[in-house]
Design a protein around this ligand. Sequence first.
Ligand SMILES: Nc1ncnc2c1ncn2[C@@H]1O[C@H](COP(=O)(O)OP(=O)(O)OP(=O)(O)O)[C@@H](O)[C@H]1O
Ligand SMILES: [Mg+2]
Length: 239
Amino acid sequence: MIVADQLTKVYENGVVGLDHLCLEVKPGEIFCMLGANGAGKTTTINLFLNFIEPTSGRALINGIDVNKDPLEAKKYVAYLGEVVQLYGNFTAIQNLDFFTKLSGRRDVSKKEYRDCLRRVGLPEWAFDTKVKKFSKGMRQRVGLAIVMMKDTPAIILDEPTSGLDPRGAQDFLDMLKVLRDEGKAIFMSTHDIFRAKEVGDRVGIMKQGRLVMVLDREELEEVDLEKVYLEYMRGWGVD
Ligand SMILES: Nc1ncnc2c1ncn2[C@@H]1O[C@H](COP(=O)(O)OP(=O)(O)OP(=O)(O)O)[C@@H](O)[C@H]1O
Ligand SMILES: [Mg+2]
């Protein structure tokens, strides 16, 4: 569903942001990407969303090359970053309505919006409150509601729980698991090793633009992920 085929990005200044990434995230799977600052996680995500052009290789969503047919590819993927962009003077419901319509759905009732906001755990009093009064955790919940209303088979998240308190982060990841169980393919970048291990069906480690390791569920049970990660960061285990 989310596929990288020899995907490479060399920036104009010569920095190799991503180096021949090959990866497939299947329906019903959460793939967590770990990596130090500058490892290439956001570069990967920006390529999947066609925010930037690949130097070579292909990024595919639902079999569609996102660079060749961006409008078609966008129908199948929803995105949430670390800081969700919402209209401060709109209420939660109004934001949800605006972004849902923007994504092409026009047949949604007020009840569906309320049900969705309930599902992401936004308190009832906040539904009709302007989001400029919201905490970061509440804003991320609205962001996830927007992703859920779009109802795409692929979901891409760039550090979605960074800055959330432990309870907020756990709630968020529990909701991702529900979406995974509904059959979504989910790609998420994170710095949270502990939660990557808990939520990821597979966990990748990126270093200097290269995917240096991928661990599946079984391997994650066996290894000390933090130790493996730190060893890679120190330069062991590479090549
Ligand atoms: N527009 C750009 N022009 C030049 N170099 C860039 C650009 N964007 C990113 N880079 C470089 O590409 C590399 C990968 O950056 P990227 O933002 O993908 O890392 P990241 O893994 O998302 O890091 P972080 O954990 O800090 O978010 C870094 O060396 C970065 O400096
Ligand atoms: Mg990043």
